[in-house]
Design a protein around this ligand. Structure first.
Ligand code: BG6
Length: 501
C-alpha cells in the first residue's frame, strides 16, 4: 500500500474506549436517522477504537449483508457528500453484524451471548425501542447469561407516561442494572450550546456573581418546532406536548440554568444540583393553573407559505382529541437564588420556525440617568441559541454613533456565533456526543432516576389539574407563535417574548 494511501486512512480511536454495542431497534427510525450517522461520524473522526463492534437487533428477517446495505443507504441519505469517504464508510459497515430477535421472547438471546464469547470488551446495550419492553429485554439478557458486571444500558425517553409508570420501568431496569450503569438519554443534553451553558455559567466569574434574583428579572425558554406530527399521531396523542417536551427537554434546560454550582463536574455532583431545582419548582395550584398555563392545539394554517392541515385533520387523527400540541407556562424555582423570578416556558408544534433559545433578562439599573423614553430598552439580555445557528449573544447598550445623537442609547449584541467562531469545526449532532460519553463510561450528560421521577411528579400535578378543570386546548393556526393567551400571559406581567427571529 502506498504511503499516500495510508495517510488518507481515517484515524482510529483510543483502545480503552472500545465496546461491543448491541443496538435493539436497529431498523427503527431513530437508529437510521440519528444513531448510525452519529456512530459513523465518531468512527470517521477517529473516536471509535478499532476493536469496537456493533450488533444490530430487530425482528425482521435479514442477514448481515442486507443489514449493512440498509445502513449504507441510510448513511447516504443522511450524510453530506463530503462526509462520505469510501474508506470510512467501508470500515464502519464492517463493524456491523445483524441478529434477528423477537425482543419479548427468551429464544434467540443466546445469540448475543455467543457473539460476546471471547470478547474482552464491555458491552453497551442500547434500547431504541418502546419503554414498555425495556424490562423484558433486560430480563432476557440477564437470563441468557449475556451480561457481566461491566455491561451498560442506554435507554431513550419517554420513560413512562407519569410517575407511577416511570417507576415501574425504572424498577424493571434497576432489577438487572445498577444506577451507575444506566444511561438515560435526553438528547438536549448532548447539544453543543447546552454544554456551553455549563461553561458559560461556571467558567465566567462575570456571570457567576450576577446569576440570581438580585440581578436577573426573568428567564424565557422557547423550544419551537416547525414540523407537525409527522406520521406519529397515535404516539403523540397519548403523550401531548407537556409529556413529550416539557417533562424532559425544557425541564433539563431549566435545571441547567437554575442549578447551583456543582462542587465538581462529576455526574452525581451535577445531578444532585439539578434534582434540588426540580424539587423547588412551584406546583400549579388553584388559580395559577388558569392564569399561568396555556394549552394549545393547532388548527389548519400555513408552513413556509404552504397550506397545512390542523392537528385534528392529520392522518389517523381522532377528531375529538383534546391533546395539546403547544404549552406555555410561567413557573418559579422557590429557593433563595430564584425567589420572585418568573421562568416563562413555551414549546409547540407547527410554529413559524424551528427555534430553541433561552433568554436571560437582567434587571435594570437602580438609578437611571439617560433619556426617560429609552428606559424600556435599558437592560442587558443574554441570549443562548441552541438551534438553528448555535451561539450566545449578550445584548449590551452603547451610545449611538453620530454627532446629532447626543447620549442616545442603542442595544447591540456581543456575539459568539459558533459557526463563525469555529469555522473549521463541524458542530456535532447531540447523539455523537452522547454515544461518545457512553463509550467512555461517563454519565454526566445522562439523566438519573430521581431526576426523571421529580420531573414526572411536577408534570403529574399539572396534568391532574387540567383533568379536574377540564380545560380544552386553545386553538392556534399552524404557522403562528401559539394561542393569543400565551402572549397575554407574559404581557400581563409587563413583558413580552423576546423576538429576534
Ligand atoms: C423529541 C420529541 O424528544 O424531540 C419530538 O419526542 C421532537 O416530538 C424532538 O420533535 C425535537 O428534537 P430537536 O432536537 O429536533 O429539537
Amino acid at each position: 500500500m502506498s504511503q499516500a494511501h495510508e495517510q488518507r486512512k481515517p484515524p482510529l480511536g483510543d483502545p480503552k474506549h472500545a465496546i461491543d454495542l448491541a443496538l435493539f431497534g436497529a431498523l427503527g427510525d431513530l437508529a437510521m436517522r440519528k444513531l448510525f450517522p452519529a456512530l459513523y461520524h465518531l468512527d470517521r473522526e477517529g473516536l471509535m477504537p478499532e476493536s469496537t463492534r456493533i450488533m444490530g437487533l430487530a425482528r425482521q428477517e435479514h442477514d448481515t449483508a442486507a443489514f449493512r446495505q440498509l445502513v449504507s443507504e441510510a448513511l447516504q441519505k443522511r450524510l453530506k457528500s463530503d462526509e462520505q469517504d469510501k474508506d470510512s464508510v467501508e470500515r464502519f459497515l464492517n463493524r456491523l453484524t445483524y441478529h434477528k430477535l423477537d425482543f419479548t421472547r427468551s429464544e434467540g438471546y443466546e445469540g448475543i451471548r455467543e457473539w460476546r464469547e471471547g470478547s474482552q470488551l464491555p458491552m453497551v446495550v442500547y434500547l431504541s425501542v418502546a419503554a414498555r419492553i425495556y424490562g423484558d429485554i433486560c430480563h432476557h439478557l440477564d437470563q441468557s447469561g449475556s451480561l457481566d458486571d461491566e455491561t451498560r444500558v442506554v435507554v431513550e425517553k419517554p420513560i413512562g407516561y407519569d410517575l407511577i409508570s416511570s417507576q415501574e420501568i425504572n424498577d424493571a431496569i434497576g432489577a438487572v442494572f445498577p444506577e451507575s450503569r444506566i444511561y438515560r438519554i435526553d438528547h438536549y443534553l448532548g447539544k453543543e450550546t447546552v454544554q456551553n451553558l455549563i461553561a458559560l455559567r461556571f467558567a465566567n466569574p462575570l456571570f457567576g456573581t450576577q446569576w440570581n434574583q438580585n440581578h436577573i428579572s426573568h428567564v424565557e425558554i422557547t423550544v419551537a418546532e416547525k414540523v407537525g406530527i409527522e406520521g406519529r399521531w397515535g404516539y403523540f396523542d397519548d403523550a401531548g406536548q407537556l409529556r413529550d417536551m416539557v417533562q424532559n427537554h425544557l425541564l433539563q434546560l431549566l435545571c441547567l440554568i437554575a442549578m447551583d454550582p456543582p462542587s465538581n463536574l462529576d455526574a452525581d455532583a451535577i445531578r444532585d444540583e439539578k434534582v434540588k431545582v426540580l424539587k423547588a419548582l412551584k406546583p400549579f395550584t388553584g388559580e395559577a393553573l388558569g392564569r399561568d398555563v396555556v394549552r394549545g392545539q393547532y388548527i389548519a394554517g400555513t408552513s413556509d407559505g404552504q397550506p397545512v392541515p390542523g392537528y385534528l385533520d392529520e392522518e389517523d387523527a381522532n377528531t375529538q382529541s383534546q391533546t395539546e400540541t403547544f404549552v406555555a407556562m410561567k413557573t418559579e424555582v422557590a429557593n433563595w437564588r430564584w425567589a420572585g423570578v418568573p421562568f416563562y416556558l413555551r414549546t409547540g408544534k407547527r410554529m413559524p420556525e424551528k427555534l430553541s433559545q433561552i433568554v436571560i433578562h437582567f434587571r435594570q439599573q437602580p438609578h437611571y440617568i439617560f433619556d426617560p423614553d429609552q428606559r424600556g430598552i435599558a437592560s442587558n439580555k443574554l441570549i443562548i441559541r441552541l438551534q438553528p445557528e448555535e451561539g450566545i449573544a449578550l445584548q449590551v447598550l452603547t451610545k449611538d454613533s453620530g454627532l446629532d445623537k447626543g447620549m442616545r442609547l442603542r442595544p447591540g449584541p456581543l456575539h459568539l456565533d459558533f459557526n463563525n467562531a469555529f469555522p473549521k469545526s463541524r458542530i456535532p449532532d447531540a447523539y455523537e456526543r452522547l454515544l461518545l460519553e457512553v463509550m467512555k463510561g461517563q454519565q454526566y450528560l445522562f439523566v438519573r432516576r430521581d431526576e426523571v421521577e421529580h420531573a414526572w411528579r411536577w408534570c403529574d400535578q399539572l396534568i391532574d389539574g387540567w383533568k379536574t378543570r377540564e380545560t380544552p386546548p386553545r386553538r392556534y393556526p399552524a404557522g403562528s407563535w401559539g394561542p393569543v393567551a400565551s402572549i397575554a400571559m407574559i404581557t400581563q406581567d409587563g413583558r413580552s417574548w423576546y423576538e429576534d427571529y
